[in-house]
Design a protein around this ligand. Structure first.
Ligand code: GUN
Ligand code: ZN
Length: 451
């Protein structure tokens, strides 16, 4: 098929001051999809002459853009999002751990996995890096559901053997064995990749972190995900549990879980030495903007990390984060940087949420752009999806301005269509969305407000 519309994607680093050579834009473009992959891209008239027997799907004035990549979120927190009144450590104990305990049930895990993926996809996210619960049932449910949709999923079971309720604890040995079994079952199967997932230093004993390092050594192609320096109280508690280390990152470094496949969520309150370790190891600092605002965690030092050539990621961190929409998270990232006297350029933002995150995963030959041979993971964006945007767009004169409107005034309602590996997944007709939402959430009418 050929998708017709305004096509836009990044071909190079969009983080430069003047990122004009970093993207391609076709005002009336044609994107050729064959099976799962992108096979050609160009001006529509040239494309249709070359592929005259192909079906054309006309997306009119909408922007055809690579699907968003969410580099850090928590699948067992679908019911935790929007929990009132606390900061990180209290929030975990009061809301998050009790909910995650429910994922011992295979049925509950399956139900929630279905909802979680629908929420990601209807928000235009086509690749997700997700924490599961401590239970292998939750990992199986998430990978199974992602496989059905042929979606790129990077996930793992949290390893946690202390400082949480008894019914959420594994042991160093069981966490090693369960993780290894899940790696054998899911890593590199379909579009799935396994992430070795010690939750954070507070909930892992030194024995468990050491075994996490052994898992990494024995499975070098797996990703690693954890949390780092999110909140001041968390850092203080962490260093009291690990008094013989130089700083928070040193704990992970000495235990062998910091390398160029490590995704370190939050990474807010960092020392100069920690920033140097990021540079040397090529680990990725993953920004979680709506979460950092919601939990009052702190202001991500974007300019400093970017200037130091630290690899960067951006994510929703649902349910600490308050929106599944990467557009809403880009908006929050912009506002956070306003407090730090750094005006985040919209090209930087849209690059970050697609090709930038793909590069941070080392998957830029599979996802994040419309490079020929990559998966046809696509989002179709409508910049006129609500009255405020519609009026503001009347005076927009450039693509930068339009992207900024999408990010500031858009959200779930901006997503008109999503394709995953070439399959049309979702078309935002009102009736279809009502049906989808009511089927998934049969009781609670307030969810329809999302429309
Ligand atoms: N640190 C350890 N676990 C979590 C979690 O679930 N969410 C956030 N935001 N931070 C964490
Ligand atoms: Zn998190």
């Amino acid at each position: 098929m050929i998708l017709k519309g305004r096509i836009f994607h990044f071909v190079d680093d969009g983080r430069k001051e003047n990122p004009e050579n970093s993207f391609e834009y076709f005002e009336m473009g044609g994107l050729v999809v064959c099976g799962e992959k992108i096979v050609d891209i160009g001006d529509f008239n040239k494309i249709i002459a070359k592929y005259s027997d192909h079906d054309v799907i006309d997306h009119k004035n909408n922007l055809i853009f690579p699907g968003f990549i969410d580099l850090h979120n928590h699948f067992p927190q679908v019911q935790v999002i929007s929990s009132y009144g606390t900061q990180l450590l209290e929030w975990l104990n009061k809301y998050t751990f009790p909910e995650e305990a429910k994922f011992i049930s295979e049925d509950y895990s399956k139900q929630q996995a279905k909802k979680f993926l629908e929420l990601l996809i209807t928000n235009g996210t086509t690749t997700s890096v997700s924490f599961c619960s401590v239970h292998k049932e939750s990992v199986n449910a998430l990978f199974q559901e992602a496989s059905k949709k042929n979606m790129c999923m990077i996930a793992g079971k949290v390893m946690m053997d202390r400082n949480a309720p008894e019914n959420l604890l594994d042991t160093p040995q069981s966490s090693y064995e369960d993780s290894q079994a899940l790696i054998s079952k899911w890593h590199k199967k379909n579009r799935n990749f396994y992430a070795i997932t010690p939750r954070f230093a507070i909930t892992s004993s030194p024995e468990q972190l050491k075994l996490a390092g052994e898992l990494v050594e024995n499975n070098p192609s797996c990703y690693i995900q954890t949390h780092l320096s999110e909140n001041r109280d968390e850092i203080e508690y962490t260093l009291s549990l690990y008094p013989n280390y130089r700083h928070y990152l040193d704990i992970y470094l000495q235990n062998g879980i910091v390398n160029n496949r490590s995704l370190l969520g939050h990474s807010i309150h960092l020392s100069g030495d920690e920033i140097s370790i990021f540079e040397q190891s090529q680990a990725v600092a993953v920004h979680c903007p709506t979460s950092n605002l919601f939990l009052g965690s702190g202001l991500f030092p974007l300019k400093e990390l970017n200037n130091s050539n630290v690899r960067l990621g951006i994510s929703t961190d649902v349910g600490g984060g308050t929106s599944y929409s990467m557009l809403n998270n880009l908006d929050a990232a912009y506002k956070i940087q306003q407090f730090r006297n750094f005006s985040l350029n919209p090209k930087f933002s849209f690059y970050w949420a697609t090709l930038g995150n793909a590069k941070s995963l080392g998957l830029e030959n599979q996802i994040g752009s419309f490079k020929i041979g990559t998966f046809a993971d696509i989002v179709v964006l409508d910049s006129l999806s609500n009255m405020v945007s519609r009026i503001r767009m009347e005076t927009c004169e450039s693509l930068d301005e339009e992207l900024f409107v999408l990010q500031t005034l858009g959200g779930v309602q901006s997503i008109k269509s999503v394709y995953i590996a070439g399959n049309s997944f979702f078309k935002a007709s009102i009736s279809l969305r009502v049906r989808l939402l009511t089927e998934l959430f049969p009781i609670e009418t307030p969810l329809l407000l999302e429309l």
